[in-house]
Ligand binder design. Structure first.
Ligand SMILES: Nc1ncnc2c1ncn2[C@@H]1O[C@H](COP(=O)(O)OP(=O)(O)OP(=O)(O)O)[C@@H](O)[C@H]1O
Ligand SMILES: [Mg+2]
Length: 338
C-alpha cells in the first residue's frame, strides 16, 4: 500500500512495527503495530498521542536512531535503512530530552554541533549568530546553559537541530514542561522557521492545542497505530453538531442507559464521573438530558456544550479522552514513591 511516494512527499512511514524486548522474564513491549503516515514537503506534520503511544519510537526510526522490525520509512526521498548516512545529513533532530552541554555557553554548544555536522568554522559561526538572534538568546549567548530557564534551554535545543539547515526537522515534544508563555513563544518560532526555511517539520505532542495550532496535517496515534489523520479542521468536521459534557457527583453506571433514552443525544460514552455525548443542537438537547438524569436520581455537578475539539476526535476513535488515556499509563517507581 502506498509504496511509491509522490515527489513532494518528504516523510513516509509504511506499516512500521517495533517490539522492544524488555530483558529476561519481562514481557516484550510492542510500541508500533503497523503505523503509517505521510507528510508533504514544506509542511508541519503532527503526531498527537498520549504517553506511550509510540511517538518517540516513530521519530527514532525515521531519524535512523532505531530500526523497525518490519515496514519501511523514507525521509527526504531516502530509505532510512538503505541510506542512513544521507538521511542523517538531511535531517535535524531535537530529542524529547535536552541534548545541550550545561557547562558550555549557547555559542559553544551551537559551534560544536555545527562542526560535528561538517560545517566550516566560518559558516558555523555565522549560523550560530543568526540562530541566537532568531531565538532571542542574544543577551544570554555567552552564559553557561546550566543557568538558562526551561524555555531558553528548549529554544537552544531547537537551534542545535537547525544548525546545518536540515530539509527535515524532527521535534520530539518541543514544549512539554514549558509554562504557557514559553510554549506560545516556541509555537511562534516553530511556525516562523518552518515558513522561512521551507522545512518539513515532524512534531510530536500530547497537547491538543499544540497540534491544532501548529500542524498543517496530523495523525492521532494510539497504542502504536494511527487512528485518524487529516488537517485539524478535517478531523474536527468529522463530528457534526455540539459535544455535551456532563459531570456527575459520583460515578453511576446507570447514567449511560438513562441517556440512551434521550433521542437528541448520540455517541454516549462514560469515563468515571464524566458522561459525554453528541447532539445536532446543544441548546435543545441539554434540558431533556438534565431532566432524564434528575428523574433517575443521578446528581449532576456541571453540564457544558462545546464545538468539536481534537479530544472529541480522539474519543470517537479510541473510546476514551486523551487526558484519560495519559492517566492510564503505569506509574514508574519514582512517581509512586513521591
Ligand atoms: N528502549 C525501550 N525499551 C523498552 N520499551 C520501550 C523502549 N522505548 C520505548 N518503550 C516502550 O514503547 C512504548 C512506546 O514508547 P514511546 O517512547 O515511543 O512513546 P511516546 O508516544 O513517545 O510516549 P511519551 O509521550 O511518554 O514520550 C511504551 O510502552 C514504552 O514504554
Ligand atoms: Mg516520547
Amino acid at each position: 500500500m502506498a509504496a511509491f511516494p509522490r515527489s513532494d512527499t518528504a516523510l513516509e512511514a509504511v506499516d512500521l512495527v517495533k517490539t522492544y524486548s524488555a530483558g529476561r522474564k519481562k514481557t516484550p513491549v510492542t510500541a508500533l503495530r503497523g503505523l503509517s503516515f505521510s507528510a508533504a514537503q514544506g509542511t508541519v506534520f503532527g503526531l498527537l498521542g498520549p504517553n506511550g503511544a509510540g511517538k518517540s519510537t516513530t521519530v527514532k526510526i525515521l531519524s535512523t536512531l532505531s530500526v523497525a522490525d518490519s515496514g519501511s520509512a523514507r525521509v527526504a526521498g531516502l530509505d532510512v535503512t538503505a541510506d542512513p548516512d544521507r538521511v542523517r545529513q538531511a535531517i535535524g533532530f531535537v530529542a524529547q530530552k535536552p541534548g545541550t552541554d550545561p557547562m558550555g555557553t549557547a555559542t559553544e554548544n551551537l559551534l560544536l554541533a555545527g562542526r560535528l555536522q561538517g560545517m566550516s568554522r566560518r559558516d558555523a559561526k555565522a549560523r550560530a549568530r543568526e540562530l541566537i538572534d532568531r531565538f532571542g538568546l542574544a543577551d544570554a549567548a555567552n552564559r553557561r546553559v546550566g543557568t538558562y530557564s526551561g524555555g531558553m534551554a528548549r529554544k537552544l535545543d531547537v537551534a542545535l537541530g537547525l544548525m546545518h539547515r536540515p530539509q527535515v526537522l524532527f521535534l520530539d515534544e518541543p514544549t512539554t514542561g514549558l509554562d504557557p508563555q514559553a510554549r506560545s513563544e516556541m509555537w511562534g518560532e516553530i511556525a516562523r522557521m518552518a515558513a522561512d526555511e521551507q522545512m518539513t517539520v515532524l512534531l510530536t505532542t500530547h497537547y491538543l492545542e499544540e497540534a491544532d495550532h501548529l500542524a498543517d496535517r496530523l495523525a492521532i496515534v494510539d497504542h502504536g497505530t494511527v487512528v485518524a489523520a487529516g488537517t485539524p479542521e478535517e478531523l474536527k468536521s468529522e463530528l457534526r453538531g455540539d459535544a455535551v459534557h456532563v459531570e456527575l457527583t459520583e460515578a453511576d453506571s446507570r447514567a449511560r442507559a438513562v441517556l440512551r433514552r434521550v433521542p437528541e443525544l448520540r455517541e454516549i460514552t462514560m469515563d468515571g464521573c464524566t458522561v459525554r455525548g453528541r447532539t445536532d443542537d446543544g441548546a435543545r438537547a441539554l434540558p431533556p438530558v438534565l431532566a432524564a438524569l434528575d428523574e433517575a436520581g443521578i446528581v449532576v455537578t456541571s453540564a457544558t456544550l462545546s464545538r468539536p475539539s481534537l479530544d472529541d476526535v480522539y474519543l470517537r476513535h479510541t473510546g476514551r479522552s486523551l487526558e484519560a488515556a495519559a492517566d492510564e499509563q503505569p506509574k514508574t517507581l519514582v512517581e509512586v514513591a513521591k
